[in-house]
Write a protein that binds this ligand. Structure first.
Ligand code: DER
Length: 225
């Protein structure tokens, strides 16, 4: 709860990348929420854009902001995608999925010419060590857990906070959070996780073009590959 000056600064700054005529991918989470609100303000002042969302959360925020929505089917090529992160390392490799939205987020990020992460400085780490969210078919949850253990990870089925039982994603699946400790080679880990049988998508993103890092004092550091 409460405003986070770093998230707000990063989220608003990234809105400057969105120009008239663009088709924008809108990510999920509390940092991107600032971007969505800012884009809504600029749309009211005449900015001409349409957007594709990545979750019910971003859809509700975009509708509230008055941003015209379209679908990925109608606009498979996006000009830019802006999204949050759980952790970003020094090579801009990123872990996402804290909001259980990473499957559509990854589809949108891969559909965009430019993929920008917005985050406060608490998300930045030399190496990735945050657990890796994995969207799994409920039917395959035990098989995925076993395979995660075989990779040296510790799997934990994500239970809901305000619903009995597990979190259910916007796609109707479960999430297993896999702790691996420090991930020295995110590309290698990403490839290994993509091989697992029964997963829908994992939360390691190695396709980030730039990161807007918001600081407590409201300043923003931009890191590019
Ligand atoms: O699920 C995600 O990857 C979201 O982008 C989310 O984890 C970002 O978190 P935030 O609320 O701190 O922006």
């Amino acid at each position: 709860g409460g405003e986070n000056p770093g998230k707000k600064a990063a989220g608003i700054a990234a809105a400057d990348l969105v120009k008239d005529g663009m088709v924008v991918g809108l990510g999920t989470g509390s940092t991107t929420a600032y971007t969505i609100a800012e884009l809504g303000r600029r749309v009211r002042e005449g900015l001409d854009i349409i957007a594709v969302v990545t979750s019910y959360q971003s859809e509700m925020l975009a509708i509230e902001a008055g941003i015209t929505l379209t679908t990925l089917a109608e606009h498979p090529e996006l000009d830019i995608a802006i999204d949050g992160a759980d952790q970003v390392d020094s090579s801009l490799s990123t872990i996402k999925g804290g909001g259980a939205a990473h499957t559509r987020e990854k589809v949108v990020s891969r559909s965009a010419k430019r993929f920008v992460i917005v985050a406060d400085e608490s998300k930045v780490s030399e190496k990735l060590e945050h657990y890796v969210p994995i969207e799994v078919l409920p039917y395959a949850r035990e098989l995925v857990a076993k395979q995660v253990k075989e990779l040296g990870g510790k799997p934990e089925l994500r239970m809901a906070a305000r619903k009995d039982g597990p979190v259910i994603t916007d796609n109707g699946n479960f999430v297993i959070d896999a702790s691996f400790g420090i991930i020295d080679d995110p590309k290698e880990m990403s490839a290994k996780l993509s091989q697992l049988t029964g997963i829908v998508e994992h939360g390691i993103f190695t396709n980030v073009d730039e990161v807007y890092i918001g600081k407590k004092d409201g300043s923003v550091e931009i890191r590019k590959l």
